[in-house]
Design a binder for this molecule. Structure first.
Ligand code: ADP
Ligand code: MG
Length: 600
C-alpha cells in the first residue's frame, strides 16, 4: 500500500489560503479587486478590530445570480478568464479564481448579492469553506461580502496577527493605494462606527491624490510622463526636499495593479541619486502601462509581484527619463553635495531661519531651506522667547552637568575632527567621541527617564506644527501616542490622518518636530518591533533619538556645545553605546600611542 494521498479540497483550500490571505489587509484587497472587476461605481469598506472580527465590502457592481453566487466559492472558479491565452491579455484585477475560496476556508463568510435583472438578493453563508446556508434576501443591485472571525479555524495564524491598530493601519494603506489608482470610483472606509476616509469619485488623478495623500504631498510633487517603446509611464515625482526615511512614499502601479517592485524602487533611487543625501528616499506615484505580453502578473498568488521582460532596458529608460525630469525642474546639487532648489518661494521660506541662525554655527543641514515652515516658525518664536528670558535656553537644559572638571578622566577637549568626532585629551591618552552616537544616547535616556506621567520637561510651541500622516500613519501614531505623550509630546488628533503638535520634550527643542515624528512614523509603518529592544517605548525612543539630526555627523559644534555633549553623555546610565549598540567613544591609551611611535 502506498503512502501518497490526495488532500481533500478543504485542506487544499486552507493551505492555499496561506498564500492569498496573509492578514486582514489581503482580504480587503481581494474583495476590493472583485468589486472593481464587477464594474462598481462606488465601494464601501467597514472593518472592526483591525479586520479581525469583521471586514465588510459593499459595491454597486454587476452582482451575481444564484448559480454564480454558489460557484464563486469553488476553487479556481472565475468569470474572468477561460483559457491560458486569456492571461496574456488580462484586463481585470483577478483571474485565478481562488481568492473567495481561500478567504472562505479561513473565516465565516456571507455573500449577499443581487444582479440588476433580479428582484431579490441571494445570501450564501459559509464557515471554514463549507456552505452552511443559502437563502433569499434584500440588497440593492451589487454585492456585499462580510468576512467574520478571520483565522478562527487556524489559531496559529490568528496568533501571528499584529495589534488591532497595526492591522487596521495595513488595511488603510491597502485601501488608500487601491483608491489612488481609480479616481473615477468613490471609496468609503468605516472603522468601527466612524467614517475614517471618504473619497468621492473625481475627474483627475491629482484630486484623488489630494484626497488620499493630502494637499502637502501634492504641493511637493510634479508631473512626470514618458512614452516609450512597449510602455508608458505617467505619474508624480516628489521634490528632493520631500523625502522619507524609507520607501513607504513610493506607490507603483503596473497596468492598474499596485505592485511591490524592487526594480522600480531601484530605478527611483538611481534617478534621484544626485539629488538626495544618503539614506533618504524619494516619494513618487507612478502608473505604468506595459504591453501585456511584456509583463507577467502571474508570479505571486496575491499578484503583488510582477515580472517585466527586457527589464534592464526598461529600467534604464525609466531612470533616465525621471532623472531628466528632475533636472529640468531646476533641482541641482550644491558644491557641498547638498541639494538646493532655487526658486524664490523656497528662498523666502528659508529667511527666518537664516536670520535666526546668524552668528550661530552652521548646521550644515541640507534640509534647512525646506524644513517644515510651520515648525521652524514655532521654534523661531520660542527661541525669541528664550532670548527674552521666558524659558531656559536649550543649551542650559542640555547642561544638567555635574560640576567642574570633565568626565571620563578627560582633561581638555581639543576640538572636533571632520565635524564628526570630538577629540579630548586624557591624563593617560586620548578620547574620540562619536558626536552623533553620543547625542543619540543622551536623547534616548532623556526620553526614557521614566518620570511620572505629565512631569517630563516640555517645551510648548507657540504655533502648533502640523503633521499629515494619512490613515496608516495615523493608526501607527495613535498606537504609540501614550508613550509619546509620556515623553512630553503634546499631540492632538485633527482627524483625516492629520495631527498637531503643540509641545515637544525639552531635549528635542532644537529639532524639527513635525519632520522628526513623520520620519519615525514611516519607519514604524514599515517594520515590526526590533528584537534588540525590550519594549515599544524603548524602540520609539531609539527611533526618535536616531532621527533628531540636531547633532548629526557633519555639524560643527562650538566649544561650549562640545563640552555639554560630553557632560550629558557622562550623566547617562550607559554612556558607552548608542541605543543600537554602536560605541559612543573610544579611548586610545598613551602607551598605545607611544608604541605606534616606537617610543617604548
Ligand atoms: P477571481 O477574481 O480571480 O475571478 P475570486 O475568487 O476573487 O476570483 O472571485 C470568483 C468569482 O466570483 C469572480 O470571477 C466573479 O465572477 C465573482 N465575484 C466575486 N466577487 C464579486 C463581486 N463583488 N461582484 C460580482 N461578482 C463577484
Ligand atoms: Mg478576485
Amino acid at each position: 500500500m502506498g503512502f501518497i494521498r490526495v488532500l481533500s479540497e478543504l485542506v487544499v483550500n486552507k493551505i492555499a489560503a496561506g498564500e492569498v490571505v496573509e492578514r486582514p489587509a489581503s482580504v480587503v484587497k481581494e474583495l476590493l479587486d472583485n468589486a472593481l472587476d464587477a464594474g462598481a461605481v462606488s465601494v464601501s469598506v467597514a472593518v472592526s478590530h483591525g479586520g479581525k472580527s469583521l471586514m465588510r465590502v459593499s459595491d454597486d457592481g454587476c452582482g451575481m445570480d444564484e448559480d454564480d453566487a454558489r460557484a464563486c466559492l469553488v476553487r479556481h472558479a472565475t468569470s474572468k478568464i477561460s483559457s491560458l491565452e486569456d492571461i496574456e491579455s488580462i484586463a481585470t484585477m483577478g483571474f485565478r479564481g481562488e481568492a473567495l475560496a481561500s478567504i472562505a476556508a479561513v473565516s465565516r463568510l456571507t455573500i449577499t448579492t443581487r444582479c440588476p435583472e433580479s428582484d431579490t438578493a441571494v445570501i450564501v453563508q459559509a464557515a471554514g469553506g463549507e456552505v452552511a446556508r443559502i437563502s433569499q434576501g434584500v440588497h440593492a443591485p451589487g454585492t456585499t461580502i462580510e468576512v467574520e472571525d478571520l483565522f478562527f479555524n487556524t489559531p496559529a495564524r490568528r496568533r501571528f496577527l499584529k495589534s488591532d491598530q497595526a492591522e487596521y493601519g495595513a488595511i488603510a494603506e491597502m485601501f488608500s493605494t487601491l483608491a489612488l489608482a481609480r479616481p473615477d470610483i468613490g471609496f468609503v472606509l468605516h472603522r468601527g462606527e466612524t467614517v475614517a476616509a471618504d473619497y468621492p469619485a473625481c475627474k483627475s488623478q491629482r484630486k484623488r491624490m489630494v484626497q488620499v495623500l493630502g494637499g502637502e504631498f501634492v504641493d511637493h510633487v510634479h508631473d512626470f510622463a514618458l512614452e516609450s517603446e512597449g510602455f508608458t509611464a505617467q505619474g508624480f515625482l516628489g521634490a528632493p526636499d520631500f523625502t522619507r526615511v524609507n520607501r513607504t512614499g513610493q506607490k507603483i502601479f503596473i497596468n492598474g495593479r499596485p505592485v511591490f517592485s524592487p526594480v522600480i524602487n531601484n530605478a527611483l533611487s538611481r534617478a534621484y541619486d544626485e539629488f538626495l543625501p544618503a539614506r533618504r528616499f524619494p516619494v513618487a506615484v507612478l502608473f505604468l502601462q506595459i504591453a501585456p505580453e511584456c509583463v507577467d502578473v502571474n508570479v505571486h498568488p496575491a499578484k503583488r509581484e510582477v515580472r517585466i521582460r527586457n527589464e534592464r532596458a526598461f529600467v534604464d529608460r525609466l531612470t533616465g527619463a525621471m532623472r531628466a525630469s528632475l533636472r529640468a525642474r531646476g533641482f541641482f546639487m550644491q558644491p557641498d553635495a547638498e541639494p538646493r532648489l532655487e526658486t524664490p518661494a523656497v528662498l523666502r521660506a528659508a529667511e527666518p531661519r537664516a536670520s535666526f541662525s546668524a552668528g550661530r554655527t552652521d548646521e550644515g543641514s541640507w534640509r534647512a531651506p525646506f524644513e517644515s515652515r510651520c515648525v521652524d516658525t514655532a521654534l523661531f518664536d520660542d527661541r525669541r522667547d528664550i532670548a527674552r528670558g521666558h524659558a531656559p535656553a536649550p543649551q542650559e537644559m542640555l547642561a544638567a552637568d555635574n560640576g567642574p572638571g570633565l568626565p571620563f578622566g578627560m582633561t581638555r577637549i581639543l576640538g572636533q575632527l571632520h565635524a564628526c568626532f570630538l577629540v579630548a585629551e586624557a591624563g593617560d591618552g586620548l578620547f574620540l567621541v562619536d558626536q552623533h552616537a553620543a547625542h543619540e544616547r543622551v536623547v534616548y535616556e532623556e526620553l526614557l527617564a521614566g518620570r511620572p506621567r505629565g512631569t517630563a520637561p516640555v517645551q510648548q510651541l507657540l504655533f502648533p506644527a502640523i503633521l499629515h500622516l494619512g490613515e496608516q500613519g495615523a493608526a501607527v501614531l495613535q498606537e504609540h501616542s501614550g508613550h509619546l505623550e509620556a515623553m512630553g509630546f503634546g499631540l492632538n488628533d485633527l482627524g483625516a490622518g492629520s495631527f498637531s503638535i503643540d509641545a515637544v520634550p525639552a531635549c528635542l527643542i532644537d529639532c524639527d518636530a513635525a519632520g522628526l515624528l513623520t520620519d519615525c512614523v514611516h519607519e514604524l509603518c514599515e517594520r515590526g518591533r526590533q528584537q534588540s529592544f525590550d519594549t515599544h517605548e524603548q524602540e520609539l525612543a531609539a527611533a526618535l533619538a536616531c532621527k533628531t539630526r540636531t547633532v548629526k555627523a557633519g555639524r560643527t559644534l562650538d566649544a561650549a556645545e562640545q563640552e555639554h555633549l560630553v557632560r550629558r553623555l557622562a550623566a547617562c546610565a550607559n554612556p558607552h553605546t548608542c541605543p543600537h549598540g554602536r560605541p559612543t567613544f573610544i579611548r586610545i591609551s598613551r602607551a598605545e600611542i607611544e608604541k605606534r611611535f616606537m617610543r617604548t
